[in-house]
Design a protein around this ligand. Structure first.
Ligand code: SAM
Length: 238
């Protein structure tokens, strides 16, 4: 994935990390073909040119696919331990989210956020799946602030481990497919009673259960995304 605009005949400079990856991991050399995308202009056939020790460039040829984006689905996830958070970003990208928002809740007990690393993980996962965009990964915000500024028209699938929410598929069956949604996953210590009440007080909130077992945040995120994609998203077909 690159940042520059893509067009026939354009030359796109790669950053040192990309040049290193293509040369030393993919073992590509000048003249080798590859596919490029930037999240806006579709997928382009390109050739690697000017491969140096720290830099490289692509020469663009022709467009192989028009730009596509997945459903308007965001994931809001509390900061959890680094390895789990990285898994969540990778799997959420594979499962087609458009945006990942990190959130700080009362019981959040992790304070690391290497946004650059999380963004790189999202880009690498996007490249591997063949999607033509990578989700934005937004830095941490408090849950209160997020709820106070909740955008009109976006539904919120609230994954509530407390056990009294309806099963996810039942709760989502009333949702309209073309509506923007987000999925909310709490921290390792779960949501406080006050937070649960505040989330449920939001008109857009749809509380759901992911079954009778308490899942780790990464398992909960993958399960919720899969259920949403099957009920309302692109698992249903084009
Ligand atoms: N409160 C739990 C505890 O400390 O025992 C753990 C919370 S769980 C590790 C993290 C998050 O995953 C929860 O806040 C919730 O969003 C989601 N989650 C886990 N299991 C769930 C379930 N069975 N139904 C709905 N959400 C679940």
């Amino acid at each position: 994935m690159v940042n520059d605009d893509l067009a026939a005949g354009a030359r796109v400079a790669l950053d040192p990390a990309q040049a290193h990856y293509l040369r030393n991991v993919m073992r590509l050399a000048a003249g080798d073909p590859l596919l490029a995308f930037n999240g806006r202009d579709g997928e382009w056939r390109a050739r690697l040119v000017a491969v140096g020790k720290r830099d490289a460039a692509l020469a663009l040829e022709d467009r192989t696919r028009a730009q596509t984006t997945g459903p308007d689905l965001g994931l809001i996830v509390a900061l959890v331990k680094r390895a789990r958070l990285e898994t969540i970003v990778e799997k959420a990208t594979e499962l087609g989210v458009r945006q990942i928002q990190l959130v700080v809740t009362r019981r959040t007990n992790a304070d690391h956020t290497n946004l650059a690393r999380l963004r790189a993980i999202a880009v690498e996962a996007a490249e591997q799946t063949g999607r033509l965009d990578a989700p934005e990964v937004e830095g941490p915000q408090t849950l209160n602030r997020l709820l106070a500024a909740w955008p009109a028209g976006r539904r919120l699938m609230f994954c509530d481990e407390a056990g009294d929410a309806p099963p996810a598929l039942e709760a989502l069956s009333a949702g309209a497919p073309d509506t923007p949604w987000a999925i909310l996953i709490g921290p390792e210590g779960g949501f406080s009673g006050e937070e649960r009440a505040a989330i449920r007080g939001l008109a857009a909130a749809v509380p759901v259960s992911l079954g009778p077992r308490i899942l780790r945040a990464d398992t909960a995120a993958i399960s919720a995304l899969t259920l949403w994609q099957a009920a309302l998203g692109d698992f249903r077909g084009a």
